[in-house]
Every structure is written in C-alpha cells, then in structure tokens.
Design a protein. Structure first.
Length: 347
C-alpha cells in the first residue's frame, strides 16, 4: 500500500512539473517536466517512488500510440532505410569503443563495469549482463539511468534550436476530443494482447514493444484507425517521466552529482558521435538529418520515438532503428566482452 501511495505522490509531483513546463513552452512538457520534478523531489527526500512495474501500463499506452503511426505508407519507404540500418552496427561499435574507454580511463571503473556502463543498450539488459560477469550493477544502472535522463532532456532542446517547436501534434496519433468507444476498445485490446504476446515471446522492452507491434499490425492492415485521447497520452507521459526521475531516489547529493558528471561525459561523447553519423548518412542518402539523429540517438525507445512523433517526423523509422540497436547490443555485447577478457588475460 505504501508503494502505491508513493507512486501516486510521484504522479502528482510529475504532473505539476509537466504543467509548469507546458506553461513555459518547453518541448515535450509532460515527459521532461515530470522527469525534472521527480528527480528534484527524489534528491530532496520527498516520499515518492516508481519502479519498472509501475512503468509498464504507461509504456503500453505509449506503445499503442507509436504503433498507430505505422500505416500502409511505411513499407514502400523501406528501401530508404537500408543504408542507415547497414551503418548502424558501425555507429554502435564507434560509440561503444569511445564510451568504454572513457569509463576505464576517466571514471576508473573496473573493466567489466566500464564495459557494460559504456554499451549503448537498455538499462535492465546491461545491468543483468554486467552482474553476471562481476561488474558493479548499481553503478551500471545509475550511469544508464542518468544517460537516458540527460539525452531525453537535452536532445529536444538541441533539435528545437534549428527545427520547429517540439509539441505533440494531436492529429498525428491522438485525438483531442472524446474517443469513440468502439475505437477505444481497439486500443484497450491492443494493450492487453500486446502485453500478453510481448511477455510470452520475451521481447525486449516487452511492455512497450508488444502493444506497439499489435497496434502497428492493426493500423497497417486497415482493421482500424483508432487514436488515443490526448489526455491519456499526457497521463502516460507523466508516468513515464516520473519513472525516469524516480531512478534517483535514495541517492545522496554527492553521489548524484558524481553520477551525473560521469554520465554527462559519456552523453557528450554519444551525442557527438550521433550527430556526426547522422550528418554523414544524411549526406549519403538525402534523408532528414534530424530523423537520423533520433534514429541513432542513445536515448530510450519510447522517449525518443515520442520526440519524432512530436516533430511530425516518421516514428516508425526511429522505432525500427532503436529495436535493431537493442538486438545488436544484446547479441554483440557478450561477444565483445568475451573477446576483451581474452585480450586482457593474454596481456
């Protein structure tokens, strides 16, 4: 019961932060405002709490929204993604090499902790892989949590410097009015079926990817063209932002500042590599460099896809690249670590 009350408190704090960011015209206000407010509340010791379990229903709603951005128009564009997808493993290798070196040389982490802290993969997967190989799982989790926080917070502002304002376009994937109940049932069905399929198939980020896949299938097949009410999306964004902000619960200010400082260094490296690769691939293919920046960016799939949606870009391209990134890191990270261990042993 206490955990529920703490989560409700986090939602209230997050909603207040989102409303403030909306008022001042910040990009992605409900996500970023909720993140910022809950991060501050976490550090000063307010009784708030959120976990992966509380994140799941929020992620499922966002998954359905992102899935609704898929449609019959998407498959004909697939040829345009070949070069960016082929370049993705080389981008990941570059980013990983630089970040792992940074954590070994600058942060002075042990080899295993530096390796999995520097991998551009998901938090849960990197923590589990690192722990199995003797790494400091708490340090890995904090670094990845801070990295996602910083990327999601900074990137919309950077894009906004030379792009249209980052605000959700209701006509794109949500409806500003009252949703038709028959269509709303489609959305609920996509959440339920998607969560079941995602868990059974053990998909990466199954609570997001499962509903996303089912929603995308429904929209691409023409079975239905439902839209999520704007208020439901805003509530899900508040919950998502609160979950990210609450990752800092229990940290002292000293540990938080050190974590953020170390994560800021790796984030600058990742963003620099992202911008460079996006510009290069854009020059080669003629694709929108902002879209490629989001496709390659080292943030969370849900959060970065929401940025694409808010810019009226193609979220499907971002989603496909991020899912490919997750799979490549899941396959490549253990192989790369084994090779590194052999080389260190030989040395």
């Amino acid at each position: 019961m206490e955990a529920v009350l703490r989560f409700l408190a986090a939602l209230i704090v997050g909603a207040g932060g989102g409303a403030l960011f909306l008022e001042i015209g910040a990009p992605l206000p409900w996500v970023l405002g909720s993140m910022a407010a809950c991060a501050i509340a976490s550090v000063i010791g307010l009784p708030i709490q959120a976990s992966s379990a509380t994140r799941r229903p929020m992620a499922a709603v966002i998954g359905v929204v992102l899935g609704s951005s898929f449609g019959p128009h998407l498959p004909p564009q697939a040829r345009e993604w070949i070069i960016p997808l082929v370049a993705l493993p080389f981008f990941l290798a570059t980013a990983a090499l630089l970040c792992v070196t940074y954590f070994r040389k600058v942060a002075k982490f042990d080899p295993a902790t530096a390796y999995f802290a520097g991998m551009p993969g998901g938090i849960a997967e990197m923590v589990v892989m690192g722990a199995e190989r003797g790494a400091d799982e708490r340090a890995i989790g904090l670094i990845h949590g801070a990295r996602i926080f910083l990327v999601v917070f900074i990137l919309p502002f950077l894009i906004r410097l030379d792009h249209a304002p980052v605000t959700i376009a209701p006509s794109a994937a949500v409806t500003s009015g009252v949703a038709d109940w028959s269509l709303l049932l489609w959305a609920v069905g996509c959440v339920a079926v998607g969560l079941l399929i995602g868990k059974l198939l053990r998909l990466p980020a199954w609570h997001l990817v499962g509903p996303l896949a089912v929603s995308a299938t429904v929209h691409m097949s023409g079975l239905a063209d439902f839209r999520i009410p704007a208020w439901a999306l805003a509530a899900a964004q508040v919950g998502l932002g609160a979950t990210i902000g609450c990752r800092f619960v229990g940290l002292t200010l000293k540990i938080l500042l050190r974590t953020l400082a170390l994560a800021a260094g790796s984030t600058l490296i990742l963003l620099a590599v992202t911008f460079a690769w996006a510009a290069g691939v854009s020059a080669l293919t003629g694709l929108d460099p902002v879209l490629l920046t989001l496709a390659y960016s080292p943030g969370g799939l849900a959060e970065i896809s929401m940025v694409a949606l808010s810019l009226a870009l193609e979220p499907g391209v971002v989603i496909i690249h991020h899912l490919t990134r997750v799979v490549l890191v899941l396959i490549g990270a253990p192989l790369g670590f084994a090779r590194m261990a052999r080389e260190d042993g030989a040395a």
